[in-house]
Design a protein around this ligand. Sequence first.
Ligand code: NAD
Length: 335
Amino acid sequence: MKVVVTGGAGFIGAHLTRALLARGCEVVVVDDLSSGVRSNLTGLPVKLVMGSVTDRELMEEACVGAGSIVHLAERPSVERSLLDPMATHHVNATGTLTVLDVAQRSETHAVIVSSSAVYGDRAAAADHGGGGGGGVVEACAETDPPRPNSPYAASKLAAEGYALGHRTSFGLPVLVARLFNVYGPYQSVRHAHAAVIPSFIDAALRGRPLTVHGDGRQTRDFTYVGAVAELLAEAACRRLTHPGPVNLALGTRTNLLSLVGHLEVVLGCRLDVEHSAPRAGDIRDSRASTAVMRSLFGGVEGQELRAGLAATAHWYRARLHESAGGAARATVIRR
Ligand SMILES: NC(=O)c1ccc[n+]([C@@H]2O[C@H](COP(=O)([O-])OP(=O)(O)OC[C@H]3O[C@@H](n4cnc5c(N)ncnc54)[C@H](O)[C@@H]3O)[C@@H](O)[C@H]2O)c1
C-alpha cells in the first residue's frame, strides 16, 4: 500500500516512515523542510516531495494511488501562533482542509494528527468553575469539551472539525489522533515546540542548568515516539476510522521535577535546575484517557519512561559527539 506522510521529515514523521517501511508500505513524504530536515530520512527508500500541504496541485500529484495519507505537517508552537495567528491558521487549518479535500476526491483514507492542546488548561477551568483548585485533574477524555487557549490550539481544533465534518458530510474514512507529549530520537532541540525532554537532555549533556518554566509541578503524559509511530502506521494500514477524536498516549502522569529526577538516574549525575516565569498559554496538567484508543487498537505497549529517556539520551549524546567531532575536523582542515 502507498502511504503519503505529510511532515515526514520531522520528528514523528522520521519514525512513522520507518514503521511504514517495516510493514512493507511504499512511502511518499510531503514536507517543506520548515522544521524537518532531509537527513532524518537518509538512506530510506522513500520519495520526498518538497513543498507545502497548502499547495493543492502538489498534494494531488503526491497522493495519486495512495491508500492512506497521514497528515503530520503543521506550523508548530503556541508562541509562534501568538505572534502570527493567521500564519498558523493558514498551515494548520487551511492546510488540513486541503489534505482532506484531496483525500476525499482521490478516495483515500486519512489520519489527521492533532494535539492535546485542544483540551486547554483544565486545571484553570476547574478553578474558575469553583472546583477549589489543587485537586487531581481528571484524565482528558475525548468527550470533554475542548477549551483551546491559544491560536495554535484553535487551529488544531479547526483541523479536527474539518476532518470529522468530512467524515459526516462526504463519508471520508478518517481518523483524528490527538497526541500528547511525544519524545525520543530525532526530536529537534531547536524546534519551536521547545519540547521539555530534548531541552533538558541537551542542557544536561552540555553541563548547563535545566530551565524549568514555573514551579515544575505541571504534569505531562510523556509517550515514547516508537509507540506513537506504530499506532499511526497501524491506523493507516488498517484504514481505521472513528466518529470522534482518539487520544494516542499512555495515560501516565509525570511532573517536571520528577522528570529531572529520572534524568539524574539515567545520566548518573546531579542536575542543576533554574526556574523561570511560566510560559504564556502553557497547560498545567495534561494526561490522556486511553479507553477509546484501547478499544480501537487493543493492548498498547509503551516504553517505560526511564528506558525511553535512556534511549533518547543515547541518541542526543551520539549527535553531540558527531558535531563535536565535525567541529574538530573542520578546525583541522582550516589549519
Ligand atoms: N511532538 C509532540 O510532542 C506532539 C504532541 C502533540 C501533537 N503533535 C503533532 O504531531 C505532528 C508532528 O509533530 P512533530 O513533533 O513531528 O513536529 P515536527 O515539526 O518535527 O514535524 C512537522 C513537519 O512538518 C513539516 N511542515 C511544516 N509546515 C509544512 C507545510 N506547510 N507543508 C509541508 N510540510 C510542513 C516540517 O518541516 C516538519 O518536517 C504535528 O501535527 C503535531 O501537532 C506532536
